[in-house]
Design a protein around this ligand. Structure first.
Ligand SMILES: Cc1cc2nc3c(=O)[nH]c(=O)nc-3n(C[C@H](O)[C@H](O)[C@H](O)COP(=O)(O)OP(=O)(O)OC[C@H]3O[C@@H](n4cnc5c(N)ncnc54)[C@H](O)[C@@H]3O)c2cc1C
Length: 152
């Protein structure tokens, strides 16, 4: 879903095929909390000292250094821009939750909607603002005579 949104927002023509009744995916069942280090939402919550380096160190300590260090570091560097993109471009409500520390995390860095979590997150990327670009792509495909239907 996020890949489809990102591609559509960059101008690609995207068709999302979903076998379920609505394009929600497992996010709707999930806790919907995403770890990220160095976001403005952390700063707003008074957490000023988190970094991708610290986040990567926490992950590697938790998994006994089993994950690839370079890939771990890359994911940690990309997490903050992802959170801010979800808020600014997709319209997801985001806060940094400061009422519980996830196991292995040395600072508060779980982000998501204030309430509802996964269901709220999935709901927000099905709103008109999130799907306008995808819908435009769909109309363009139909004008060219495509018989495939999509949702998104
Ligand atoms: C209980 C729970 C809690 C979780 N908590 C978190 C969390 O806090 N933070 C976090 O980051 N992640 C969490 N996750 C994981 C997260 O939900 C998944 O990693 C994420 O939803 C995967 O997204 P996806 O788009 O790759 O796949 P999915 O969300 O699984 O979407 C795949 C979609 O493809 C559809 N599909 C399958 N086969 C076909 C077919 N043949 N034709 C058409 N459509 C098909 C399915 O119906 C589904 O909608 C949690 C997951 C669960 C179950």
């Amino acid at each position: 879903m996020i890949s489809a949104l990102a591609a559509a927002k960059r101008g690609a023509q995207v068709i999302l095929l979903e076998k379920g009744r609505e394009p929600a995916g497992n996010t709707v069942r999930s806790t919907g909390l995403i770890p990220a280090a160095g976001t403005r939402f952390q700063r707003e919550a008074g957490i000023l000292d988190d970094t991708p380096e610290l986040m990567a160190r926490d992950i590697l300590e938790k998994n006994d250094h089993e994950s690839d260090p370079a890939m771990t570091r890359l994911l940690c560097e990309e997490a903050a821009p992802l959170i801010e993109w979800l808020a600014d471009e997709v319209g997801c409500e985001m806060i940094c939750h400061t009422d519980f520390l996830y196991p292995g995390q040395s600072v508060y860095r779980m982000h998501g909607p204030r309430e509802g979590y996964g269901a709220t997150l999935a709901g927000s990327w099905r709103t008109p603002s999130a799907t306008t670009a995808a819908s435009r792509s769909g109309r363009a495909s139909r004008r060219r005579g495509s018989s495939t239907t999509g949702a998104g």
